[in-house]
Design a protein around this ligand. Structure first.
Ligand code: GDP
Ligand code: IMO
Ligand code: MG
Length: 423
C-alpha cells in the first residue's frame, strides 16, 4: 500500500493541520516527517480551535495512529505543553502516539543558540521562530545531536552535559547580549523529559514498513512549505529541513517507489511570516484586507503574516519539485468582496519576461506580472457543495487548474472541519 503525502506549497501556514484532520478518517496512520515546534497546525471542530506543533494532526480521531518520524526535531518542553492541552480530551496518548527513536532532541541551549545567531545577524536575521530548529538540525548533520533513543541509555545525561557545555561556549562566541538562566531552563527541560520518556518510542521505519505490508493507509504530514525548503526554498530565508516530497522519504524511511498521492496545499493568495523575498507582497489596503479577513497571525509566534496575491510562478515550481498529483485551495472565503483578483503568471526579471523561479527573487530583480480576474462578493463560509460556488470563483479555479495542470480537489471556505468542499 502506497504512502500518501500532504505538503504545503508556499511559505507555510497553508492550512495543513485542517486538511490532515479532514482526511484522517480515510487513513490508519498519520506520520509527521520533518520540522519541529516551529510549525503551528490549526484544527477547528465543534467550536474548539486546537494548535498542534509537533503532534500529528490526526490525534483527535479514534481510528488513526500518529507517528512522529525520525526527520522531526522535538522540544520536550513544548511537547509536554501540547500533551497537557490534550489532557481534557479523551485520547489514549500512550497507544495512539508513537515517537521515532531516531528523532532529534531540541535542547534549551539550541534555543539560546538560535536567539544568539539571530541577534548577531541584526537586520539580516532569518526571522526564525526561535525554537532552536537551525542549531538542532546543525547538530544532526554535524553528527553531534542527541536522539530520542539516547534517552533509553544510562549515559544520556553525560551526553547532554557535553553537548550543552559546548553550546554555552558557542553562545559566548557570538558575543551578543543574551540573557538566560540555564539552571531554570534545565529544570523545566528535565521535568518535561519525564513526560516524554513515559511515551512509546519505536523504530518507526520498521513500524511503517510493516504497516505498509499489512495494507494500512498512511498519510505523511509535512510542516512548513516548499518555499521554506532548505534546498529549494528562498535560501537563506528558509527552515533547516527538506519540506518537499523527498523529505518524507528521508524523514520516515519510506522508499521513493512507495509514494502514492502527493497532495499539495495552497492558499488562494500568498502569505509569509519572517524575513525573505516575497515578489507578490502587498503594502496596500488589499494586503491589509487579506491579513485582517484571513486573520493572518502566526499560530506559533503570533507575528502578523505578510500578505500578497497568488504567485503562480512560485506555485508551479512547488508543484514540479513535489510531483503534486492533487491540489487543495484554502481560504477562498478570504477573497470574497475583492472587486478584482490578481494572479502573478510571470516575472519581469531584469527586463526579461520569465515564467520559472530564478535564483534571485529579491524585489530589485523581480517584478510580478499579473493577470486580472473578476472577483466575487458572495460569502462562501456557509457553502458546502461545489455547485454553490460563485461563477467568478469557478473561473478562478479553472484558470489555476489549467496553469498548474493538476486538479483542485478541495476548496476550503472556512477554518472549521465542515467548511470543506470536495470537487
Ligand atoms: P498550517 O500551518 O498549514 O497547518 O496552517 P496554520 O494553522 O498555521 O494557518 C492556517 C490558518 O487558517 C489557521 O488559523 C486555520 O484555522 C485557518 N484556515 C484554514 N483553512 C481556512 C479557510 O479555508 N478559510 C479561513 N478563513 N481560514 C482557514
Ligand atoms: P507551519 O508548519 C510559516 C519560517 C519562520 C522563518 C523561517 C525559519 O505552521 O506551516 P525556523 O524557526 O524554522 O528556523 O524559521 O521559517 N517558518 C514558518 N513559517 N509556517 C511554518 O510552519 C514555519 N516554520 C518556520 O517564520 O521565516
Ligand atoms: Mg502554521
Amino acid at each position: 500500500m502506497a504512502v500518501d503525502l500532504l505538503l504545503g506549497l508556499q511559505w507555510g501556514d497553508e492550512g495543513k493541520g485542517k486538511i490532515v484532520d479532514v482526511l484522517t478518517k480515510n487513513y490508519d496512520i498519520i506520520a509527521r516527517f520533518q520540522g519541529g515546534p516551529n510549525a503551528g497546525h490549526t484544527l477547528e471542530f465543534d467550536g474548539i480551535k486546537h494548535v498542534l506543533h509537533t503532534i500529528p494532526s490526526g490525534i483527535f480521531h479514534k481510528n488513526a495512529m500518529n507517528i512522529v518520524g525520525n526527520g522531526v526535531v522535538i522540544d520536550p518542553v513544548i511537547f509536554k505543553k501540547e500533551l497537557d492541552a490534550l489532557d481534557q480530551f479523551d485520547i489514549d496518548i500512550k497507544s495512539k502516539l508513537f515517537i521515532s527513536r531516531k528523532a532529534h532532541l531540541i535542547l534549551p541551549t539550541h534555543r539560546l543558540l538560535d536567539a544568539a545567531s539571530e541577534t548577531a545577524k541584526g537586520k539580516a536575521k532569518i526571522g526564525s521562530t526561535l525554537k532552536g530548529i537551525g542549531p538542532t538540525y546543525m547538530d544532526k548533520t554535524g553528527r553531534n545531536g542527541m536522539r530520542i533513543g539516547d534517552l533509553e541509555l544510562d549515559t544520556w545525561k553525560e551526553k547532554y552535559r557535553t553537548l550543552a557545555n559546548k553550546h554555552e561556549a558557542m553562545i559566548g562566541f557570538y558575543n551578543v547580549d543574551i540573557q538566560y538562566d540555564l539552571e531554570e531552563l534545565e529544570t523545566e527541560f528535565f521535568d518535561s523529559l519525564k513526560t516524554l520518556k513515559a511515551l512509546t518510542f519505536i523504530d518507526s521505519e520498521e513500524y511503517l514498513y510493516q504497516a505498509q505490508k499489512a495494507g494500512k493507509k498512511i498519510l505523511a504530514e509535512g510542516a512548513q512549505g516548499s518555499l521554506l525548503d532548505i534546498d529549494f526554498g528562498t535560501y537563506p530565508f528558509v527552515t533547516s529541513s527538506n519540506t518537499t516530497a523527498a523529505g518524507a522519504c528521508t524523514g520516515l524511511g519510506v522508499a521513493p517507489n512507495q509514494i502514492g498521492d502527493v497532495k499539495g496545499i495552497f492558499k488562494a493568495y500568498t502569505t509569509r511570516v519572517g524575513s525573505g523575498p516575497f515578489p507578490t507582497e502587498l503594502f496596500d489596503t488589499d494586503g491589509e484586507t487579506m491579513g485582517r479577513v484571513g486573520n493572518e497571525f502566526g499560530a506559533t509566534t503570533g507575528r502578523p503574516r505578510r500578505c500578497g496575491w497568488l504567485d503562480l510562478v512560485a506555485l508551479k515550481y512547488a508543484v514540479q519539485i513535489n510531483g503534486v498529483t492533487e491540489l487543495m485551495m484554502m481560504k477562498g472565503d478570504v477573497l470574497s468582496g475583492f472587486k478584482k483578483i490578481k494572479v502573478c503568471t510571470a516575472y519581469n526579471y531584469k527586463g526579461e519576461t520569465i515564467s520559472h523561479l530564478p535564483y534571485n527573487i529579491e524585489a530589485e530583480n523581480v517584478t510580478p506580472i499579473y493577470t486580472e480576474m473578476k472577483g466575487w462578493a458572495q460569502d462562501l463560509t456557509k457553502m458546502n457543495k461545489a455547485e454553490e460556488l460563485p461563477q467568478a470563483l469557478n473561473t478562478y479555479i479553472d484558470f489555476l487548474e489549467k496553469e498548474l495542470e493538476v486538479p483542485i480537489k478541495i476548496v476550503s471556505v472556512g477554518p472549521d472541519r465542515t467548511q470543506t468542499i470536495h470537487r
